[in-house]
Structures are given as structure tokens and as C-alpha cells.
Design a protein around this ligand. Structure first.
Ligand SMILES: Cc1ncc(COP(=O)(O)O)c(C=O)c1O
Length: 460
């Protein structure tokens, strides 16, 4: 076939033809695998960001130079281009709650893809209405309206805007230290990690941070803000801080926050982007504490590990600020038919397979196994904690956690630290993980810790 255009177009066409042919393949040959690996490493170095090659433990000197993922391998694993299988104990930081490529989610998305992937943007799209109704049936009472978006960051952004529009006289938002809500300006301003914020300042005004799990600090902040005429309009928290290191609050904390919000006339926003969709042993983590927020943010597992999808769900009164002009806050792709199909199927599967309950049961089993595996290694491991299948291993330092991650990967188990620090390793597998697989994780952990405890041989 003759391709019109200059040399540049022809080169681009040939390159994309080669890549498209590979995309069509389930398995690749050894020669193709080494081409893919080289192109991936070179592409990250020259065209994406060379920094990733340092941070990703998978790029360590291995026989093929790097672990380059290629496919899912059953509900709970990945396969790399060389055909090696890895048990997924990271779950995409909470994306794969219903497992990888769940057939019901894939079917819903492919059915929708065949009929209509994206909508007109003008006529009424049915799945958005049906998903919003489903969420209203599933959520704590009163959370009846939904705005759909494509990510956790956008869900938080939407919640912050709704909160400010709801209460123009109360512009201060309080969030927590060690909290993480995403990286657009609003979400980043509410996030707490200095490392992510410092290069991009100034942040949005009137966003304050108080220590997590400290009701007195929150009361003091709300009181001070009122005293200076900058009243708190909303408190934004993760019910369990994920990226901050799986920090689990005392049982009375979230009910206490709810009471303070009521006392000060502030909205309570819960960011369940990571803890939602069954992860902690309940459909939504706030159910453990008997608390209902005014706005809840969802994403990650909401799209079933198949399509990016996010939502902010809230009370009619709060959403009513958008009723007169629904275009005040919109997104071209938010709530697209593929994402809605994925989310509807995901919710259906979570209920049908009782995955929240399973997360509670297997989470307790895995936590106990991990505690047994780390006992005797207190010089390496400082703490183990978790709720459901959101589990953390805290090491004495970053280097130990990073090394442990590598040794687990050598044993075919993928775990990871936070985005840039491995002092706390998260174990966050699909909720479909089997008991045998959790036992293998504990075995791999035990072997990895033992191998680290043995002094390195330096020769004769
Ligand atoms: C609690 C929480 N909120 C928001 C986000 C941001 O989500 P996204 O990366 O989809 O924008 C994350 C991501 O890790 C998260 O854990």
C-alpha cells in the first residue's frame, strides 16, 4: 500500500502499524518481547520521563533488562512480555477490586462499545441516569445525586467546587496531614505531601490541614477559622488514608468529624476513591463507622478495572446549586457510556459475588498470615496494619521496603510502596484473590524477609 505524505508520515505510519500488529496479539515471540522491552525502556528514557526508570523496581537489571507487563493472567495476576506471571498484590492501588478483566464487566463494556462508545453530548444518555439511580440505591440514605468524571482527582475537584458553591460565605476547606486526594490544583491543595506541592505553589487559598485522627485539632481549626471570619465550609478526608500509609482512625474519629461538621454547619466530604467499592470489607468504608458524608468521591475500582471512571455523589441540597445551570461543572468524557456500563457491571458483580464480605474474610486471613511471617523480623518491620484487603507493612526505612518489594517480585508477587516511598508497602490485591494465593503471598514474604536477614556473602 502506498502512503501519501512525506518521509516523516511514512515512518510514523510504519511504526504505528508495527505496534498495532502487536496490540492484536495475545502472546508475543521472544524476538518481539525483546523489541517491546527495548522500545519501552528507550521510550520512557527519551520520551516519557527517565525518572520512572529509577523509581520502578521492575527496571532493575534483569535478564531482559526490565519487567514490561503485557497482559492480565486470570483474575488476580499479570503476565510480562517474557511470559512470567506475577500475582497482583497491588491491585493498581485499588483499581482491580472485581479482579482483572471480569467477564461481566468486559461484556457490558464490549456490548456498549459495539452499540455506542461515546454519546452525542446533547441528547439524554440513558446509562448516566441508571448509574446515578443505582448509586442512590446503594449509598447511605440521602446521597441521591451523582456527577460523573474520569478519575479520583476530578471527583475531588468536583466535590470541592460543589462545597464552595453550596456555602459561599464559608470558603475554608479543612483536610488532613498525610492525606492524598490527587494532583490537579484543587485536589493537590487538599493533599498534604509537601514533596508533591512545593514545586507548584501557591496552592488554592483557604485550604487548611489538621492532623488526621485528632478531633481536638479539628475543633480548634474550625473554631479559629470562625473567629477570624473565614468559616469552614467543608471537611475533606479519606476514611482510611491510603497513600499516606494505610492510617486507620480510631472508631470514634469519623463520627466525631460528622458531629463537628453538623455543629459548625460544614459539609463532610469523604474521599472513598481508594477505600470504596468493597475494599475494606464493606461496600464503602464509612459503613464501618456508621457515618454518612454529604459528598462522597469514588474512582479507581468504580470502573471495574476496565474503564477509567469517577463520581462525586451527594445530597440533593448540595447538588441543587447546579440545577439552574447544569453546565457550571461538566466534563466531555465524564459519565461516558463505556464508563457507566463498566460501573454498573462492577456494582452488580460486587453484590453478586459478595466481594466486600470476601474482602473482610480474606483480609483477616491475610493480615494474620502477614503478622506470622514478619514475627522475628522486628529489626526490619516496624508495624503491620489493615482493614479488609487494604493492608500495610511498615518498614524501618525506605531502602528496606524497596528491597523487600524487589525480592517479592522475584518470587512472582507484585507489591508497592506509596508513589515515591517504600517505607510503607501496601498489599491491596483484587478482592477475588483466593485463600491459596494469600497463603503464597505470606510464604513469599517470609522467604523474602529471611533472605534479607541473612548477611550478604562477600566472597571467601
Ligand atoms: C484517596 C485518593 N483520592 C484521590 C486519588 C486520585 O485519583 P486519580 O489518580 O484517579 O486521579 C487517589 C489516588 O491514589 C486516592 O488514593
Amino acid at each position: 500500500m502506498t502512503i501519501a505524505g512525506g518521509e516523516r508520515e511514512r515512518a510514523v505510519y510504519e511504526y504505528t502499524e508495527r505496534v498495532l500488529a502487536l496490540i492484536a496479539k495475545a502472546d508475543v515471540s521472544p524476538a518481539e518481547a525483546s523489541w517491546i522491552t527495548r522500545e519501552t525502556v528507550d521510550g520512557f528514557r527519551d520520551h516519557v520521563n527517565p525518572g520512572f526508570l529509577e523509581y520502578r523496581k521492575a527496571t532493575d537489571a534483569r535478564e531482559a533488562g526490565a519487567v514490561v507487563e503485557w497482559s492480565d493472567a486470570g483474575p488476580n495476576s499479570y503476565r510480562d512480555v517474557a511470559g512470567r506471571k506475577y500475582l497482583d498484590c497491588l491491585g493498581g492501588f485499588g483499581i482491580f477490586n472485581v479482579g482483572h478483566r471480569h467477564p461481566k464487566v468486559v461484556k457490558a463494556v464490549s456490548d456498549q462499545l459495539r452499540r455506542q462508545p461515546l454519546h452525542s453530548q446533547d441528547l439524554l444518555d440513558p446509562l448516566r441516569a441508571m448509574l446515578a439511580k443505582t448509586l442512590s440505591m446503594l449509598m447511605p440514605p440521602g446521597l441521591d445525586f451523582s456527577f460523573f468524571c474520569n478519575s479520583g482527582t476530578e471527583a475531588v475537584e468536583g466535590a470541592l467546587k460543589l462545597a464552595r458553591a453550596f456555602n459561599p460565605a464559608k470558603q475554608t476547606i479543612v483536610a488532613a496531614t498525610k492525606g492524598f486526594h490527587g494532583k490537579s490544583y484543587g485536589a493537590l491543595s487538599a493533599s498534604a505531601k509537601a514533596e508533591f506541592r512545593r514545586p507548584f505553589g501557591p496552592m488554592l487559598p483557604n485550604i487548611e490541614h489538621v492532623p488526621f485522627n485528632d478531633l481536638l485539632a479539628l475543633r480548634d481549626m474550625m473554631t479559629s477559622c470562625r473567629a477570624v471570619g473565614e468559616d469552614v465550609g467543608a471537611v475533606l478526608l479519606e476514611p482510611i488514608q491510603g497513600e499516606g500509609g494505610v492510617n486507620i482512625p480510631d472508631d470514634n474519629y469519623l463520627p466525631g468529624v460528622r458531629a463537628l461538621c453538623d455543629e459548625f454547619g460544614a459539609l463532610f466530604i469523604l474521599d472513598e476513591v481508594q477505600t470504596g467499592m468493597g475494599r475494606t470489607g464493606k461496600m464503602f468504608c464509612c459503613e464501618h463507622y456508621g457515618v454518612a458524608p454529604d459528598l462522597m468521591c469514588l474512582a479507581k475500582a468504580f470502573g471495574g478495572g476496565v474503564v477509567p471512571a469517577g463520581a462525586v455523589v451527594g445530597r440533593r441540597e448540595v447538588f441543587s446549586r447546579l440545577f439552574d445551570n447544569p453546565f457550571l461543572h461538566t466534563s466531555t468524557f465524564g459519565g461516558n457510556p463505556l464508563a457507566c456500563a463498566a460501573a454498573l457491571a462492577t456494582i452488580n458483580v460486587l453484590i453478586e459475588e459478595q466481594l466486600p464480605q470476601r474482602a473482610g474474610r480474606l483480609g483477616a486471613h491475610l493480615l494474620a498470615g502477614i503478622r506470622t511471617a514478619v514475627s522475628g523480623h522486628e529489626e526490619l518491620v516496624a508495624d503491620v496494619r489493615g482493614k479488609g484487603l487494604l493492608i500495610a507493612l511498615e518498614f524501618r526505612n525506605h531502602a528496606t521496603g524497596f528491597e523487600l518489594g524487589k525480592r517479592m517480585l522475584d518470587r512472582g508477587v507484585l507489591v508497592s510502596g506509596t508513589l515515591v516511598n517504600a517505607r510503607v508497602i501496601r498489599v491491596e490485591p483484587p478482592l477475588t484473590i483466593s485463600e491459596d494465593e494469600t497463603d503464597y503471598v505470606c510464604q513469599a514474604l517470609s522467604e523474602s524477609l529471611k533472605s534479607m536477614a541473612v548477611p550478604v556473602q562477600t566472597g571467601a
